[in-house]
Each structure stands twice: as structure tokens, then as C-alpha cells.
Design a protein around this ligand. Structure first.
Ligand code: PAF
Length: 284
């Protein structure tokens, strides 16, 4: 496995792989790799011939007062995980490589970035789409892998790729969960044991949502009220949003029809956690 720290070096490595006729798979990450990332790498290894993982804690997607500074950066452990998972190249640029001067060019996906996390984290998606556009230009992958846990991110990036005619395929892989249902996330590292227990209420609320939809409840207000009741079982949980939205355009809906996305964002202590499920009544 090669570790490339510069844009020129990663481009050289990709160029050689491409001239050898290899299909390039790419997993963009901010490091602190866990089984969720490993599942993305495995999907990339299965579908592609040459796999690149980027590790870059992107400052432009963090708001003031967010966890940019304390975001975990266990680079050596991450490299070991990549090595064991069959990655060909890790691209781990310094901030000066990615943003050598003040950034004045931004990629902004409108509408889809306004609700949900876009409301509580202004500028977040602009940072994500800008860094992804830069990474896609640097790596020039054929296929890029994202996790379904960050549902809004995956939808926004898919739309950016479509609208800007980027010649690549986006694959969204299923959320990986602990045995108690908690979605695996790099930010789970911030949780105390007690907070981890509280956090299991997030998936419990989503399961309740699925159960109610499957039992025929169609009124969104009734379902989200039940979900909030479950979350309120822990006084440590501060709900940011509990919502059921259209799975394509993320707009609020009044009644369940077809395929919907149920989404939850909460704060537990200092930690912000998100999770979601897709429920498709037509598939029942
Ligand atoms: O999902 C993440 O880890 C980040 O938002 C991403 C896609 C690597 C961009 O910095």
C-alpha cells in the first residue's frame, strides 16, 4: 500500500493504474476509521481493481464551535486498517495541499442542503461538496463509495455529480450498526458508557417508526410524536430534529406514501449524532 501526501503523487499513482486498465474505486473519509468505513472499503475492493482511501479532516465543513480541532486523527491505526482491508493507496494530504490559500471557489448544491442538517449546520454541505468536488478532480475515480448513515450527504453528493456531469458512479452502502442498533460513527468515540446507552434510543425511535408505518399508520405527526417519546426516555438527549421526508428531495411530507426517509439528529452531552432508515411500504 502506498501513502500519498501530495496531489501530484496520488495523480501519478492513479494514472499508472488507469493505464493498466484498472477500474478506480474511491472511499473519501475523515479518518478515525471504523467498521462502517471498512464496509465501504470492502465494497470498493469487490467492485474495483484499484482502491484509494482519502484521509482528510476537512476544515470547511465544520462550523465555528464544532469539533474540528478535537476530531480524532489516529493516522497510524487508520493506515493499518487500510493495509489490512486491501487498499492500494491512502491519500492523506495536509491542509496546505487541499487549501493552499484562502478558498474563494465553492460548490453549492441548493434546496437539498436547506432542511435537516443544513438548517442546524449552516455552510456544512457547502464544505462537503467543495472538498468532494476537489477530491474527485484529484483522484478521478470511476466509482465512489459513501455510507447511508449520512443520508443527506449521499443525496446531495449524488445530485452534485449529476448536475455537474462528473464522470463517476456513486454507490451508497448500508449503515453498519452495533449489536444494540447504534449506528457506527467516528463521533461515538466521544460518548461515555452512559451516553452510549442513551444513544441506543435513536435507533429504537427509528424502529418504532418502521413498526408504525408497517402497521398502517400514515400520519407523520403521530409517528414523530411516538419517536420523540422514545427519545425523551433519556434526559441527556436533546433532540435537534425528528423528521420523515421524501427520500429523493428531502422535503417534509404529511402522510406516508411509498418510500420515505425517517431521520433523527440529537445531541447527547457535547456529541451530535444522526441516524436514519428508509421505509418502503410498497415493498411490504
Ligand atoms: O463523510 C465524511 O467523512 C466527510 O463528510 C467526507 C465525505 C469525507 C468529506 O469530507
Amino acid at each position: 500500500m502506498e501513502v500519498a501526501n501530495t496531489i501530484d503523487s496520488v495523480r501519478e499513482l492513479v494514472k499508472a493504474a488507469r493505464s493498466a486498465g484498472k477500474k478506480i474505486g474511491f472511499v473519501p473519509t475523515m479518518g478515525a476509521l471504523h467498521i462502517g468505513h471498512i464496509s465501504l472499503i470492502e465494497a470498493a475492493v469487490k467492485k474495483c481493481d484499484f482502491v484509494i482511501v482519502s484521509i482528510f479532516v476537512n476544515p470547511t465543513q465544520f462550523g465555528p464551535g464544532e469539533d474540528y480541532k478535537k476530531y480524532p486523527r489516529p493516522l497510524e491505526d487508520d493506515l493499518e486498517i487500510c493495509r489490512n482491508a486491501g487498499v492500494d493507496v491512502v491519500f492523506a494530504p495536509a491542509q496546505e495541499q487541499m487549501y493552499p490559500s484562502e478558498n474563494v471557489t465553492w460548490v453549492n448544491v441548493e434546496k437539498l442542503t436547506e432542511p435537516l442538517c443544513g438548517r442546524s449546520r449552516p455552510g456544512h454541505f457547502r464544505g462537503v461538496t467543495t472538498v468532494c468536488a476537489k477530491l474527485f478532480n484529484i483522484v478521478a475515480p470511476d466509482v465512489v463509495f459513501f455510507g447511508a448513515k449520512d443520508a443527506q450527504q449521499a443525496i446531495v453528493i449524488k445530485r452534485m455529480v449529476e448536475d455537474l456531469n462528473m464522470p463517476l458512479e456513486i454507490v451508497v452502502c448500508p449503515t453498519i450498526r452495533e449489536s444494540d442498533g447504534l449506528a457506527v460513527s467516528s463521533r461515538n468515540k466521544y460518548l461515555t458508557e452512559e451516553e452510549k446507552k442513551d444513544a441506543t434510543l435513536i435507533y429504537k425511535s427509528l424502529e418504532k417508526c418502521r413498526e408504525m408505518i408497517e402497521a398502517g399508520t400514515t400520519d407523520i405527526g403521530t409517528i414523530t410524536a411516538e419517536m420523540r417519546t422514545i427519545l425523551s426516555q433519556s434526559p441527556a438527549i436533546e433532540v435537534e430534529y425528528v423528521s420523515i421526508v421524501d427520500v429523493e428531495i428531502l422535503q417534509s411530507i404529511d402522510h406516508i406514501t411509498g418510500k420515505v426517509l425517517a431521520v433523527v439528529a440529537v445531541r447527547i452531552g457535547q456529541t451530535r449524532l444522526i441516524d436514519n432508515i428508509v421505509v418502503d411500504i410498497e415493498q411490504q
